[in-house]
Design a protein around this ligand. Structure first.
Ligand SMILES: [Zn+2]
Length: 384
C-alpha cells in the first residue's frame, strides 16, 4: 500500500462512534410501538438536521412510526445517487434495556437491544454523513438515507417509500448487520407469509363426537402436507410457525389457525410454490380451509450489478486493510430485497459485525466499528 492510498482512509474514534450508537440504542423502539419509534426518529432527524441534511418525514400509518428520509447537504437531487437503507425498529419490547438486554461492554463485546440488528449500522450512515460535513468534503454522487420504522414486521407501511427511493438511485447500500465475522450479503431468498384458517364443526367430545368435524385434526394433516413442500435440495422451505385451535378440552374443535413461513431461492418459480401454499383442498370435505398471504419480500441473486458493487466494496476494504467476503445465499430477508429485486445494484450487510440478532445475547464487536465506518465512507466517496 502506498502512502497516498493510506491517506485516503479517514481516521475515526471508535469511542465516539459507540457513544452515538448508545444514544440510539437507549431509546427503545419495538416495531409495533409507533410512539416509541418516533422518539428515536425525533433524535435521528435532529442529528441529521444539525449537520445540514435535508430531512423529510412521512407520518406513520397503522400504528407504526414515521418514515424518515434525509438528503446529504450537497449534490444534485435529480441525479441518480446512492441510497443508504436502515431501520430504526427492533424486535425487543420496552423494558429489555433494563432487564434482559442491559447496555454493557465486556472487552470487545457491546450488548444492547437491537444494537446489532441494526442500530449500529443505522447510526454509521448518520456518522458517515457527519464525517463529510466535518471535513468539508463531499461525494461525487448525491446521497440519500432512508430510515424505516417497521422492517422487523415486513415493512408493510414503508415498502413503497423504499422502492420509490430505490428507483431514483444508482446504488443501494443496506446497513443491516455483517455476518459471520464481517461478511456482507449479495443474495437473499424471498420470503412469503400466510395465515391459514380452518373451520370445522363443534360438538360434545363425550356424547356426540361423531357429529363434530375437528378443525385441529384437519390442521394437523394440513401442516404435514404444507411442510412436505419444503425441498432442502433447492432451498425451498415451508414452516408452520404458530398454530392454535379449539375452545375447550371437551369440545370437538370448530376453529384452528396457523401461520406459514415460506422461503424461496432466486431463480425458481416462486408463484408456483405460492399457489401450492394457497390452494389447500380440505382432507375432510366437511372442513373449510382458507389461506391468505403471499410473497412479502422477493428473492434476488448475485447478478452482474451486485457483483460489480461487491467487488468495489472489496477493493475499498483491501485499501483499509481487511478482506471483505460475502455470504452464501441466506434465508434471512431485509429491506435490501426490495431494491435488489427491482434490479438496482444493492449491497447488504454493511453494518457492524457481531451476532445474536433478535436473541438474548445480541451484541456487536467494538473493533468492527471503525473499519465499517471507513468502508462506508470510502464507498460513498468512490462510487461513480
Ligand atoms: Zn434488521
Amino acid at each position: 500500500m502506498t502512502d497516498s492510498t493510506r491517506s485516503n482512509i479517514p481516521t475515526f474514534d471508535g469511542e465516539e462512534i459507540l457513544a452515538g450508537i448508545r444514544r440510539w440504542v437507549e431509546i427503545e423502539t419495538p416495531s409495533h410501538d409507533g410512539v416509541a419509534v418516533n422518539r428515536l426518529v425525533d433524535v435521528v432527524q435532529s442529528d441529521l438536521t444539525r449537520i445540514g441534511a435535508h430531512t423529510q418525514r412521512t407520518p406513520g400509518r397503522d400504528g407504526f412510526g414515521d418514515v424518515l428520509e434525509a438528503r446529504a447537504p450537497w449534490g444534485d437531487e435529480s441525479e441518480p445517487g446512492i441510497l443508504i437503507l436502515g431501520h430504526l425498529d427492533t424486535v425487543h419490547p420496552i423494558g429489555a434495556l433494563a432487564t434482559t438486554h442491559v447496555f454493557r461492554r465486556e472487552g470487545d463485546t457491546v450488548y444492547g437491544p437491537g444494537i446489532y440488528d441494526m442500530k449500529a449500522g443505522s447510526y454509521l450512515a448518520c456518522y458517515a454523513l457527519q464525517h463529510f460535513v466535518r471535513e468539508g468534503r463531499r461525494t461525487t454522487l448525491p446521497v440519500r438515507v432512508l430510515y424505516v420504522p417497521e422492517e422487523e414486521v415486513g415493512s408493510p407501511t414503508s415498502r413503497a417509500a423504499i422502492e420509490a427511493a430505490a428507483r431514483k438511485s444508482k446504488y443501494v447500500l443496506v446497513m443491516e448487520p455483517a455476518r459471520d465475522g464481517g461478511k456482507c450479503v449479495t443474495a437473499r431468498k424471498g420470503w412469503g407469509r400466510f395465515d391459514m384458517t380452518i373451520t370445522g364443526r363443534a360438538s360434545h367430545a363425550g356424547s356426540r363426537p361423531q357429529d363434530g368435524r375437528s378443525a385441529l385434526r384437519e390442521l394437523a394433516r394440513q401442516i404435514l402436507d404444507l411442510e412436505s413442500i419444503s425441498d432442502p435440495a433447492i432451498g425451498v422451505s415451508v414452516v408452520v410457525g404458530m398454530a392454535q385451535g379449539g375452545s375447550a378440552p371437551n369440545v370437538v374443535p370448530a376453529l384452528a389457525t396457523a401461520t406459514i413461513d415460506l422461503r424461496v431461492p432466486p431463480g425458481i418459480d416462486a408463484d408456483a410454490v405460492v399457489q401450492r401454499v394457497l390452494q389447500r383442498p380440505a382432507f375432510d370435505p366437511d372442513c373449510r380451509v382458507e389461506v391468505e398471504g403471499g410473497i412479502n419480500r422477493p428473492a434476488y441473486g448475485k447478478n452482474e450489478g451486485i457483483t460489480a458493487l461487491f467487488e468495489h466494496a472489496k477493493a475499498c476494504a483491501a485499501e483499509i486493510g481487511f478482506v471483505l467476503e460475502d455470504t452464501p445465499l441466506t434465508g434471512g430477508v431485509s429491506d435490501g430485497n426490495f431494491p435488489a429485486a427491482l434490479g438496482i445494484p444493492t449491497l447488504d450487510g454493511l453494518g457492524a459485525d457481531g451476532r445474536g440478532a433478535h436473541a438474548l445475547d445480541e451484541q456487536i464487536s467494538f473493533a468492527s466499528l471503525v473499519p465499517r465506518a471507513q468502508l462506508l465512507v470510502r464507498m460513498l466517496e468512490t462510487l461513480r
